[in-house]
Write a protein that binds this ligand. Structure first.
Ligand code: HGY
Ligand code: MN
Ligand code: MN
Ligand code: MN
Length: 425
């Protein structure tokens, strides 16, 4: 691991000892030795190891650990049924070869912030919970934030039961194999109604805090974003005997669409990524019959996103039409813009303003993000807020993702301050 935080986290600070031990126990779970990245996919053995780690942390702190009907883990201090709970946490699953911090930094910091509040002798007047939301990345079944979407009623049981992974294993089969009843899944409005505030700490997936010189920031909004599947249908044939003029090669149209996506995004100041592709029959010496490409597109506002995606689809259809390729475009998921609750956000900003950041002495900056989060999904049902911790590389969804030891501690202290303001006398 490149840094102490990755190896064992801050050990020099009071709040660091718990962070240090948690990080040391979590860091090896689901890590790929070759890439150094994480492969913690929903309902796999690596996910089960992370869930066991979560239970251990909860029990070590005398918290009541439960798994809700959708597989999300909750570690409770106080009565889960009392209502007006202050909840903090994030996710432990990852993208393929993901970084160490995206998700886990939020969960570890939540437990460490609770330890810090206990060290301060804080008196809790509301229930508090630490959460691990299941399948936030959607790496295995293709739908991000599945655990929080199910709880918030934004993913129907029927749709969830239709999800398949790359091997054709269905989500219900995977859940059942991991010991979770797939028939239990569904909206959980009573549970969400008992939450007064949800605060998620997350490593920044960008360089805004690095550029501004701040260790911690507050989220203002999550950009609208979505995932579209482009199916290009052509004609399989022999790579060595078929004249170029006789081909209907969907790979060409896919390639032209990827280039068109970059052009449309640049024109609109938005983001467009084709990061996943499947090819049938996927043989070196066979012209493909089908090329499937997944577009991830995001923009600061809805109108821009609509323009970019429409432009990409139009270009794809033009190229397909000229080449005699069949094209089907399916919107697989979509998250509208999330404006974090102003009252909660302002309350958090005031709390943190009373303890200006050690580094800068000025108020904590507010920034938007293009990355989706469980806090974004839950914001439709619960007042939610997010804190970001500086990531000097700005890199995420990669083993190079990084947060420095002191910034991790600054995040824990800030989260503890926020939770103290929300849940303690
Ligand atoms: O895709 C996202 O923005 C998040 O990391 N799930
Ligand atoms: Mn992520
Ligand atoms: Mn995340
Ligand atoms: Mn042959």
């Amino acid at each position: 691991p490149a840094t102490a935080a990755q190896a064992g986290g801050p050990s020099s600070h009071g709040s660091g000892s718990s962070f240090h031990e948690m990080w040391r126990d979590l860091a090896p779970l689901g890590r790929d030795a070759r890439s150094g990245g994480y492969r913690r996919y929903a309902w796999t053995a690596a996910d089960a190891d992370c869930r066991a780690w979560f239970r251990t942390q909860a029990e070590a702190r005398g918290l009541t650990c439960e798994v809700d009907r959708n597989g999300n883990q909750w570690a409770w201090l106080g009565d889960p049924l009392a209502g007006d709970a202050v909840v903090t946490g994030s996710h432990l699953d990852s993208v393929p070869d993901g970084g160490a911090f995206d998700g886990p930094l939020g969960v570890v910091s939540s437990f460490a912030a609770l330890d810090e509040l206990r060290r301060r002798g804080a008196e809790f007047v509301k229930p508090l919970a630490v959460t691990n939301f299941g399948d936030e990345e959607g790496a295995r079944f293709g739908l991000a934030c599945a655990g929080s979407r199910l709880a918030a009623g934004q993913l129907s049981r029927e749709r969830a039961h239709r999800l398949r992974d790359g091997d054709g294993t269905s989500l219900p089969q995977a859940m059942a194999a991991a010991g979770h009843d797939p028939d239990a899944i569904g909206p959980d409005p009573e549970r969400l109604a008992r939450i007064g505030a949800f605060v998620e700490l997350h490593v920044e997936q960008g360089r805004a805090l690095d550029l501004s010189g701040d260790p911690v920031g507050i989220a203002s909004a999550i950009w609208p974003h979505g995932r579209w599947r482009f199916d290009f249908g052509g004609e399989a044939n022999h790579a060595g005997t078929t004249r170029l003029a006789d081909r209907r090669d969907p790979m060409l149209t896919y390639a032209e669409t990827v280039l068109a996506a970059r052009r449309e995004a640049e024109l609109a100041g938005a983001l467009a990524t084709f990061g996943k592709i499947t090819v049938e029959p996927n043989g070196v010496n066979a012209i493909p019959s089908l090329v499937r490409g997944w577009l991830d597109s995001r923009a600061a506002d809805q109108a821009t996103l609509d323009t970019v995606v429409a432009g990409i689809e139009r270009a794809a259809r033009d190229h397909a039409q000229r080449a005699g390729i069949d094209l089907d475009v399916v919107r697989e998921s979509f998250t509208p813009v999330v404006e974090f609750a102003h009252t909660l956000r302002d309350e958090i900003a005031e709390t943190l303003a009373r303890r200006p950041s050690r580094d800068t002495g000025r108020a904590v900056p507010v920034l938007s993000t293009g990355a989706g989060h469980d806090a974004g999904i839950l914001s439709a049902s619960v007042p939610t807020a997010m804190l970001f911790v500086r990531n000097p590389t700005g890199i995420s969804h990669s083993p190079a993702e990084y947060a420095a030891e002191d910034d991790c501690v600054a995040g824990v202290i800030a989260l503890a301050d926020v939770l103290e303001g929300l849940a303690c006398r």
